[in-house]
Design a binder for this molecule. Structure first.
Ligand code: FSO
Ligand code: SF4
Length: 543
């Protein structure tokens, strides 16, 4: 195997024996072959579009299959092989429908019979083999990982019936770029990578519309971090519909629902917060699950990433749904949570003694673009009067590697006349800090999940508009942490919007070649993080 798609990749180079995340060689092979099969399907889907044939099933399957290859989504090889077979047969069917000849290996691809032959196929299908030039290869990887992020958001939006055929076409163009018989130049690869960023903006826009039109605009909401007595289910991941369905199915059953990780911002959506048994949030970011889940006396449902190998002491309490999978963990169909409910009822839930261990703590969520722009006048006045000197967007993914304390320290060190917007699971490094307010505006504003980076972009563009300047001229600095491929997609979106001077950490992606990194630094002024003190000093004293 060769996998370098996430931040925790082995030795900062690549995982090639087993994944640091727990991915096996076998799963890596299947995932590589899914990507290869999807490239073939993309070529066919684009050809079909030339004949005005837009196949919805193909579109949905593509984003599902690609999403399944993201870090910490699916470790279940059987489920992945089933998806791979679906992709291959979808390609063949569509080829038949449009009478397309199988004129290249991609269009002829069939699954090999033995494990060894599969490994050989995966080697031939890897970008390493397919794109020779080191820098084009680096950009091909950046493009693929960005597309994986786009697919994740497009899939979430599609679940809530928000789709755009043009977005799918962009994904097909990205997947087949460089694999359609042409050899793109370095500049063309760069353009393709930035186009992926633009496609991701569209995906996040669709998802924002899907979430807010279905569940209402998030409103500032207090969330308790202390559990209450009673039976319990913990919901992790990013999928709002799964949470909604579970809340519906547990109503009146005497089970309390808690959010975990990226589900925290869901407390702010009117149609979700209306359920009185959505009682609070449990735990912190994904990488702490092995430490925190043994203390959860109920069922645990994973709706998307990031799942880790469940330790024996709590494995029987874990359920997966949708695209998430882990061998040995019970998988339930989206929308049918009866097994999860039954299991929760069989467990003891939180007792009086349990809850006594947790301090009564509450935090505020619900500062999406609608809320923040609702108080835009106050914010603008604050900047004009000098009460607000600077905005920071400190967001992105959390992770297990050391070095991520940077973000905690950074936030702690920000001066009192600055506002911090945050999003995604990186916020758990500081989400419960009491940072006070500036004229009634809390200094720490939770914009939402990683996909709500769309909201942060909207806020930045509105501020730039109000101050009649470009986003790069605003007193705003983006300090991002990355871990997996959704973060890659978001970074590409920010670059495609021309946003410069982003601080990026905790380490730089292994898939960037020195020359590609150099181009990014020169064109977009990307800055690797150093120390919180030093970076803050540079940011605040640069004018
Ligand atoms: Fe985090 Fe995981 Fe949301 Fe990612 S839970 S790391 S970028 O999947 O998606 O922020
Ligand atoms: Fe390694 Fe990350 Fe790939 Fe897992 S997803 S195998 S940790 S690079």
């Amino acid at each position: 195997m060769f996998c370098n798609q996430c931040e925790q990749t082995a030795r900062g180079i690549a995982c090639n024996k087993a994944g640091v995340c727990g991915k096996t060689d076998e799963v890596a092979t299947t995932q590589d072959l899914i990507v290869y099969a999807l490239r073939g399907l993309a070529l066919v889907a684009l050809e079909a579009r030339k004949k005005q044939i837009v196949d919805k099933e193909t579109d949905r399957l593509t984003v599902k299959a690609l999403f399944s290859t993201l870090t910490n989504v699916n470790f279940d090889n059987d489920a992945l092989v089933a998806l791979l077979k679906e992709v291959i047969s979808a390609r063949k069917e569509l080829m038949k429908k449009i009478s397309m000849p199988a004129s290249s290996p991609l269009l002829n691809f069939e699954l090999a019979g033995s494990e060894q032959a599969l490994q050989e196929q995966a080697k031939l299908a890897s970008i390493e083999t397919l794109v020779n030039d080191q820098d084009c290869n680096s950009l091909a990887q950046t493009l693929l990982f960005g597309l994986k992020g786009v697919a994740a958001y497009a899939d979430h939006a599609a679940i809530l019936e928000k789709e755009d055929p043009e977005l799918y076409a962009d994904i097909y163009r990205g997947l087949s770029f460089g694999f359609d018989g042409k050899t793109p130049s370095l500049t063309e690869w760069i353009d393709a990578v930035l186009n992926c960023g633009k496609a991701n903006l569209r995906a996040m826009e669709l998802l924002d519309a899907a979430n807010t039109e279905t569940y209402g605009q998030p409103v500032p909401t207090e969330v308790s971090l202390a559990p209450i007595e009673g039976k319990a289910i913990l919901v992790s991941g990013h999928d709002l519909k799964d949470l909604y369905d579970l809340l519906n199915q547990t109503a009146g059953k005497g089970i309390n629902i808690y959010t975990h990780g990226e589900m925290l911002p869901t407390h702010a959506y009117p149609k979700l917060k209306q359920f009185p048994h959505l009682v609070g949030h449990f735990g912190t970011a994904w990488q702490n699950q092995a430490k925190e889940f043994p203390n959860f006396p109920g069922a645990i449902l994973f709706t998307t990433n990031c799942i880790q190998r469940p330790a024996e002491e709590y494995a029987k309490n874990v359920f997966t749904t949708g695209l998430v999978g882990y061998p040995g963990v019970t998988h339930v169909k989206n929308g049918d949570f009866s097994k999860v409910i039954e299991h929760a009822l069989s467990l003891k839930g939180f007792t009086k003694e349990d809850i006594a261990k947790y301090p009564q703590k509450k935090i505020l969520v619900g500062f999406g673009h609608n809320t923040v722009l609702g108080v835009a006048d106050k914010v603008i006045d604050g900047v004009k009067s000098g009460a607000i000197k600077h905005f920071f967007l400190v967001g992105g993914c959390d992770g297990a590697k050391p070095g991520r304390n940077y973000y905690t320290e950074f936030v702690e060190k920000t001066p009192k006349d600055t506002i911090i917007l945050t999003l995604a699971c990186g916020k758990f490094r500081f989400f419960d800090k009491q940072l006070g307010d500036i004229g009634g505006i809390p200094r720490l504003l939770d914009v939402g999940q990683c996909n709500d980076a769309f909201g942060a972009v909207k806020i930045a563009l509105a501020l730039a508009d109000a101050f009649k300047c470009g986003v790069n001229e605003l007193p705003l600095t983006l300090v991002l942490s990355w871990y997996e491929q959704k973060a890659v997609a978001i970074l590409l979106t920010l670059l495609s919007l021309g946003i410069k001077g982003i601080y990026l950490g905790p380490s730089l992606p292994a898939f960037l070649s020195p020359a590609v990194l150099d181009t990014l630094v020169k064109t977009f002024d990307i800055k690797p993080i150093s120390t919180p003190g030093e970076d803050l000093n540079t940011i605040l004293n640069k004018k």
